[in-house]
Design a binder for this molecule. Structure first.
Ligand SMILES: [Ca+2]
Ligand SMILES: [Ca+2]
Ligand SMILES: [Ca+2]
Length: 237
């Protein structure tokens, strides 16, 4: 409840100050600049209630049935080359998760980074309103984009400067990319401009509900009332 109330109060404060609140029609892209080493590094507030509906580490050797992956392949234990999984997937956050470490360290790989990889929601029920993954290897400029429930583009973001140039399973470069959109997200795509691309921890869930316009007015009025009470209390003191 605390996580839900805080953004509402902040938004109400912004509204009182004359700023426009976020609307359901505005996709929000998230790309932290710190490493994603385990699910504990999912950005705070990205999912309503704090946790995704699905978090696929790929460690069971398959992609969840509610998703399809286009371009590339699942890199399981049989893959002879380097794999680059999220650090904690071998049970130990130690700066590495690949064939040279204990555990499976499964990920998803496409040797053509410019073609990239796309994950599409094909499950039953409502489409996700928060959808993300973790980039674990590649090079150049990374581009993350999304398609909405009606097939429309939700836009994209670019990021660069964090790739370490190693394909040996190192994890300090690994980054979360995600998008929130109240209208529903059908698919996400990630590419990079140099070499191959590898990703892991494909995940989705629900974003926090966006208050209706009437709720904004009530919240703003409530905030103004609280400020008035504080002023009167201060005047009596
Ligand atoms: Ca590890
Ligand atoms: Ca993994
Ligand atoms: Ca890596």
């Amino acid at each position: 409840m605390k996580k839900l109330l805080q953004p509402r109060l902040l938004a109400a404060a912004a509204l009182a100050a004359g700023a426009a609140p976020a609307t359901a029609a505005t996709p929000v892209f998230v790309n932290p600049t710190t490493p994603y080493l385990s699910s504990a590094d999912i950005p705070v507030g990205f999912y309503f209630g704090g946790a995704p509906t699905l978090l696929d580490t790929l460690e069971d050797g398959s992609l969840d049935a509610s998703l399809t992956g286009t371009h590339g392949v699942l890199l399981d234990v049989g893959f002879g080359g380097a794999r680059d999984s999220v650090d904690a997937d071998d049970g130990l956050i130690d700066g590495n998760c690949g064939p040279q470490t204990a555990g499976r360290c499964v990920s998803w790989f496409n040797g053509n980074g410019a073609e990239g990889v796309t994950f599409t929601f094909v499950g039953s029920g409502a489409m996700p309103t928060a959808f993300g993954l973790v980039w674990t290897d590649g090079g150049g400029i990374v581009t993350f984009s999304a398609i909405g429930a009606d097939g429309q583009s939700l836009g994209s973001i670019n990021a660069s400067g964090f790739a370490d140039g190693s394909f040996g399973g190192t994890t300090g470069e690994d980054r979360f990319f995600g998008v929130q959109f109240a209208g529903g997200i059908r698919s996400i795509t990630i590419t990079n401009s140099s070499g191959g691309i590898e990703v892991d921890h494909i995940q989705y869930g629900a974003m926090a509900p966006v208050p209706e316009p009437g709720s904004w007015a009530l919240l703003a009025a409530g905030l103004a009332g609280m400020a008035g009470c504080k002023r009167r209390h201060t005047a009596r003191a």
